[in-house]
Design a protein around this ligand. Structure first.
Ligand code: NAG
Ligand code: NAG
Ligand code: NAG
Ligand code: NAG
Ligand code: NAG
Ligand code: NAG
Length: 483
């Protein structure tokens, strides 16, 4: 109950959704640090080896953003892929473009951008789209020339579409599915792990086709996307239901999860799959259950990160998610993050142990209508090959096919464990040496037994003293008698 009250106060003070700070690639895009700095052993350009099959290469920027090359009006741009938004914007000027005479803006959980809406010939992933609408943002320190974001979310969330109110203003995927109705209405995403010592891919995106080596995804359960209420359609995301209490904590128990999405009329939590959000956002109780029982774990507030758990960097954190009864293991290298990867000084806990940041961060709401409980960002998405089927989300399609998501687990628990030992423990497996501590109890519960112990200890000490006095007195009397 302790932290419920401040959370409520927060709700009343602010009118809209806030993710406290929380590392969002959109805020720091693009390339916050030199992406090649933390790669694999020197000489091996492993990150550049994309899986051999279909799909367009994604450039992984230290696990904090995945970028694809596009051309607009004949000019190259490198843009962040983002399933959490629905507009294309770029930073810099596109000469071969037409100004629509309107302006638009996109707001994200953190920050936003604004500029004139133009149209130009887009080339993306082998597709050519004439007159694609986009927003042109002046380049500055934060948005470097030649960069931007490609929003892959549903058109109901598109600010440009709302502005232009015609197919011309539709997001890129709608345009692709619309101009060739034979192209299946889905796309897939595979995200690589920067420090992974055994899987050497950077990332891939496909539209209307599947990566050959992951074709098993088509046999996975189709998890229906859920709808937000129609008056909230601008907040529609690529979202599904997690199984009831569908997270297995490091102690092997299921975490009890209360959903805040009232209109969903289910006990299951609603989660958004967002490849534009670096660190996943979960309710505080969930992040407490994940990180709170490790020795040396502490909940702290870190500049630029906000309230977060830190755990000793050598602590392996094993967590599994469940969707449609299937298990999705999260790689321990995705559960905690070394602070230098986001340009922070090293962090120590109160015992002086080198500590890593818990990547599944607690977040709070500051709005009345809550449409999702968690944002499963990159740290989650690196563990699954994901297929997003747009179904009837596509503009002008006369279909009632429900949109769905299929998830193929690509993290093997045994292999992930040995990766963790290699990367964090220098090859020496010490993970068995640490136990879990009891969850912290509330004050009243823990002080009562302790008081009782003190009373018992006091009584015992008093009796020992009495007995000692008795023997001393008796011994003196005896020696007095002998004299
Ligand atoms: C990935 O991005 C970095 C930083 O911009 C760049 O130096 C590198 O050449 C890119 N790699 C590929 C294969 O595009
Ligand atoms: C404009 O487009 C043409 C081809 O469509 C291309 O040759 C030319 O380089 C482009 N100009 C600029 C400034 O990008
Ligand atoms: C339309 O898409 C199908 C399937 O992806 C492809 O075979 C065909 O060539 C495309 N047609 C055009 C005109 O691009
Ligand atoms: C859409 O489908 C419905 C039912 O199949 C049909 O009655 C209607 O005419 C269709 N509309 C268009 C524009 O094709
Ligand atoms: C995981 O990897 C180990 C070792 O590479 C292998 O023996 C095991 O069969 C794999 N498990 C699954 C479920 O693929
Ligand atoms: C994490 O899981 C792996 C694979 O199942 C196991 O070998 C390892 O001991 C586990 N680590 C901890 C700290 O529980």
């Amino acid at each position: 109950m302790g932290y419920l009250l401040p959370a409520l106060a927060y709700l009343i003070l602010l009118g809209s959704f806030v993710a406290a700070f929380h590392f969002d690639a959109k805020e720091h895009a693009p390339y916050p640090v030199d992406p090649l700095r933390h790669l694999h052993p020197a000489g091996q350009q492993l990150n550049l080896r994309a899986p051999k099959s279909k799909g367009v290469f994604l450039n992984n920027s230290v696990d904090l953003g995945y970028y694809v090359d596009i051309t607009l009006g004949g000019k190259p741009f490198t843009v962040l892929i983002d399933t959490g938004s629905s507009d294309l914007w770029i930073s810099g000027r596109v000469e071969n473009s037409t100004d629509t005479g309107t302006r638009s803006g996109v707001t994200y959980a953190v920050g936003g951008v604004e500029g004139p809406v133009k149209t130009a010939l887009l080339q993306f992933g082998g597709f050519t789209i004439p007159n694609q609408a986009f927003m042109e943002i002046p380049s500055d320190d934060k948005s470097k020339e030649g960069t931007g974001i490609i929003g892959l979310g549903p058109n109901s969330g598109s600010f440009i579409y709302r502005q232009l109110e015609s197919i011309t203003g539709a997001p890129v995927l709608d345009r692709i599915f619309h101009q060739n109705t034979t192209t299946p209405n889905y796309f897939t995403i595979l995200l690589g792990r920067d420090q992974d010592p055994t899987d050497f891919f950077s990332g891939s995106i496909t539209v209307g086709e599947i990566l050959d080596q992951y074709s098993d995804i088509l046999r996975e359960p189709k998890v229906q996307m859920t709808d937000v209420p129609s008056y909230q359609s601008g907040d529609q995301h690529l979202q599904i239901l997690l199984d009831k209490d569908g997270i297995i904590a490091p102690d092997g128990s299921r975490i009890s999860i209360q959903t805040s999405v009232k209109h969903a009329a289910t006990e299951q939590a609603t989660v958004v799959l967002d490849c534009g959000f670096s660190l996943p956002q979960v309710p505080r109780a969930v992040s407490d259950a994940i990180y709170g029982r490790f020795e040396g774990a502490e909940y702290v507030t870190i500049d630029k990160v906000g309230g977060t758990w830190i755990v000793p960097c050598d602590q392996e954190v094993n967590v599994t998610f469940l969707f449609s009864g299937k298990e999705y293991r999260i790689h321990p290298l995705d559960m905690t993050m070394e602070p230098h990867l986001i340009g922070l000084e090293s962090i120590k806990n109160s015992k002086g142990e080198r500590s890593c940041i818990g990547t599944f961060q607690p977040f709070s709401y500051s709005r009345d209508i809550i449409n999702y409980d968690m944002i499963l960002g990159m740290s989650f998405m690196r563990n699954v090959y994901t297929l997003f089927d747009y179904g009837d989300f596509v503009l002008g399609f006369n279909t009632t096919k429900d949109p769905y998501i299929q998830l193929l687990s690509i993290t093997n628990a045994t292999e992930a464990h040995s990766d963790f030992v290699t990367v964090r423990l220098g090859g020496l497996d010490t993970t068995g040496s640490k136990g879990l501590i009891e969850p912290k109890k509330t004050n009243s519960a823990s002080s009562n037994p302790r008081t009782v112990y003190y009373i018992i200890a006091g009584v015992v000490a008093f009796m020992i003293i009495l007995v000692a006095i008795y023997f001393i007195v008796r011994a003196r009397r005896r020696s007095a008698r002998r004299r």
